[in-house]
Design a protein around this ligand. Structure first.
Ligand code: 5GP
Ligand code: MN
Length: 339
């Protein structure tokens, strides 16, 4: 994003506008945190702003300020599409291509509103008039902070904006531990705390509000954990039957993939989750070091993301998907044993 772009955006936002803010499907902490942060910023500047998610998101994010004003496209389709039709500006946050919004793909592609992208995923599509894309950023929420800073407006960051940005950065950095966490990230976090983000309460609200069943499901996932030593890989499966047994709710499997990576000497972890309703196996990949799960997922599992965290999907059975994964792995043994 150039200085000229910033100047134009400043001008554009100089008068109240009708604005829609959209994150990716199955929104995570960064998707919800970044969109709500931008929402609070825009309404503070007299814009008519709406956050619109493609579908529902985990309960542990439903305490965020502004949560009650979020529209869900899958259940409030008509209201959402009216907003999109009337919008002057659509901000697309935390995704790189319209298809990442699921059923919102067409309505977004057909909308004539001016598009502004803020995102940190690799290989962004070129649909946006103004594109703030930086794959080195820890999170889209951190980029929202930089965006407000570029507008010369960090003074307007209040406790609501600070809290939402904090949640996005915290969740996308694995609580400030992934390599994308920089000293700048920590400086921003320090500023956010000064502006009213309550770090202890935020961690508590996101990480310490488990249901008993969620922990039991985690126990099941861990007992399904398999290790392939020669590939320094660990993977977990969860069938639909297992999810049902523990009364699975959206978000219950969030973060489970990381347990594989917590094993000594393991650099590649995957989780395969059966979704009978969508007829797919949803896959998450995580890695440590140079092994690019973004590339791995793009080539073999119809997905993508970042070097160390990516998602993917498969349309065959859970067993066939895992068999395919296991059969591919040996060709990566060299890369996986490279450090
Ligand atoms: P997760 O495994 O948590 O679903 O996703 C890990 C990361 O990869 C997140 O940043 C997510 O937005 C991204 N991601 C997940 N699925 C896809 C996909 O199909 N394409 C792309 N480009 N990114 C994805
Ligand atoms: Mn993100």
């Amino acid at each position: 994003m150039t200085k000229a772009d910033i100047k134009s955006i400043k001008q554009l936002l100089g008068k109240p506008k009708k604005i829609v803010i959209v994150p990716h499907k199955n929104p995570d902490g960064d998707a919800i945190g970044s969109t709500l942060a931008l929402y609070h910023y825009l309404i503070k500047h007299q814009h008519n702003a709406t956050v619109m998610v493609p579908n529902d998101y985990p309960r542990f994010l439903k305490w965020l300020p502004g949560n009650n004003n979020i529209l869900k496209h899958d259940i409030e389709t008509e209201a959402c599409e009216t907003h999109i039709k009337n919008a002057d500006i659509i901000f697309t946050l935390d995704f790189n291509a319209f298809h990442r919004t699921g059923n919102m793909e067409t309505v977004l592609a057909e909308s004539e509103a001016l598009k502004i992208m803020i995102d940190h995923h690799q290989a962004p599509d070129g649909y946006a008039t103004y594109m703030y894309s930086d794959v080195n950023m820890s999170s889209t929420a951190e980029m929202v902070y930089h965006f407000i800073d570029k507008l010369g407006d960090t003074n307007s960051i209040d406790s609501n904006i600070a809290t939402c940005i904090y949640v996005g950065i915290m969740t996308d950095t694995g609580s400030f531990r992934f390599p994308s966490t920089t000293s700048k990230t920590h400086q921003i976090i320090a500023n956010l705390i000064e502006k009213g983000a309550d770090n202890t309460e935020i961690h508590n609200n996101v990480y310490d509000t488990n249901s008993y069943e969620r922990l039991q499901l985690l126990g099941c996932a861990l007992s399904n954990l398999k290790v392939i030593t020669e590939s320094r890989t660990a993977y977990i499966t969860l069938s639909q039957e297992e999810l049902n047994r523990f009364n699975y709710k959206k978000g219950d499997t969030e973060g489970v993939v990381n347990y594989g990576l917590s094993l000594e000497n393991i650099v590649f972890a995957a989780i395969f989750i059966e979704d009978k309703q969508e007829g797919i196996i949803k896959i998450s990949f995580r890695s440590k070091g140079n092994f690019s799960v973004n590339e791995f997922s793009r080539v073999h599992f119809n997905g993508g993301g970042h070097t160390n965290a990516a998602g993917g999907r498969s349309e065959t059975s859970l067993k066939n998907t895992v068999d395919k994964f296991i059969s591919i792995l040996p060709s990566y043994n060299k890369a996986l044993n490279n450090d």
